[in-house]
Design a protein around this ligand. Sequence first.
Ligand SMILES: C[S@@+](CC[C@H](N)C(=O)[O-])C[C@H]1O[C@@H](n2cnc3c(N)ncnc32)[C@H](O)[C@@H]1O
Length: 459
Amino acid sequence: MREFPEKFKKRMMNLLGEDFQNFERCVLTEKNVKGLRVNTKKISVSNFLKINPYNLKKLPYNADGFIFNDENIQMGGEVYHQAGMFYMQEPSAMIPVNSVKIKKNWKVLDLCAAPGGKTSQISNALANEGFVIANDIKFDRCKALVFNIERLGLDNVIITSSNSESLCKNFSNYFDMVLIDATCSGEGMFRKNPNFIETWSQKNIERCCDIQQMLLLTAAKTLKKDGLLVYSTCTFSLEENEQMIAQFLSAHPFELVEVDPKIVQNTAPGYAMNNEYEFSKMRRFYPHLHPGEGQFVAVLRKIISDGEEFCNCAQNKKCEIPNEVLAFLNSVGVSIDKDRLFIKSNKIWIIPKSHVILKNNVVSYGVKLGEIKNDSFVPDHAFFMAFGLEFNNIINFNGDEQKLKLYLEGKSFNWSCKNGYGVIQVNGCTLGGFYAKNNYVNSLYPKNLTNKDIFIKNE
Ligand SMILES: C[S@@+](CC[C@H](N)C(=O)[O-])C[C@H]1O[C@@H](n2cnc3c(N)ncnc32)[C@H](O)[C@@H]1O
């Protein structure tokens, strides 16, 4: 059996007292808990449950969230995953976003967003009235973020790859909510990734604290008065959690907010370090007490306004949209407000309804509609995924496994349908696009996704 590093053990014993043994047994001997969240942009929970092949149990604090009853997930839902019906997410990782009641028209910044679990949760809650800027410093991790947002068909997400200092300079008194899901020492992930146990060190905690301090500092100014700062980590160390928040509160005009009552019922209070702050408003999720891995969350409200609202973004000028693009939209029967169409270097984007166009380090302006290549328009997979429901040419597979397999392998097949572009759906959820001529369907499923066992990929 593995063992905890001696120093970590002492720290946890101080924190948990008699409960330490339960914690130790649970983390070192039990299997981690897996969960999924239904993507309500694509399918309702009730419709998903009608076709769901898994043995799932509902979570008490997330109407769309479930845990797998079996330790080993049985196969069967891979194609539903590829169609963006759900996102594999740790049950505890749903806690930070579920801690607040997000209003549909909010402007949200998700500062450390890759690979996008919480971004997609926020996007679902905004239901296309507001928008979320999802940022991550690591461009490579942003690729996974783009992949997930596309697969889920979300059209209210802007993706940037920037460090938080440069990004936050672009905003002041602007956001209704900023989520800092901070890089941390990952003690809460020991059960899921036992390798983290070997690499644990006090030095790493200190390194993470420096980053977290900087993240909080830069994010604070971007929030408007009454805006909410949601801070979360997947670690247990006091320095990165209660102490970090107490230090921040001592120097900034913010107050602690009570989290959603359902989260209170399913978490433990923060560790009371002194009488100065209401530490019980901060919440801890322990693997030996709750089904899931370790998590910490604190929600803070900004209590002053420090100036005018500012966003260093461009207004979408009325662009000359090439006729081929308009003809394409017309032919597939999808209508998009002209002022949501934005062109940059031959690429055509559908920006969120807020019309925000950021200027720097943008990875995705919204949904990529397509690209002009050699004078002709080539629609993008992201467009099919986000707007597939509105298409007038749909092939819906419910059980034709053979044809579905061919489609996912990027191969062509015969099918009686209209000529032109259309979308393939599985149980009413879009998997991707096709081009048909004379009942011969050409798969437009992206080559980089074909035959990939994406489901196994760790989100
Ligand atoms: C815990 S992960 C985020 C998980 C994500 N929120 C989710 O739910 O899928 C932390 C992320 O913070 C990013 N990060 C670290 N330092 C950063 C910085 N200074 N600015 C922006 N992102 C940063 C890391 O690259 C990493 O992807």
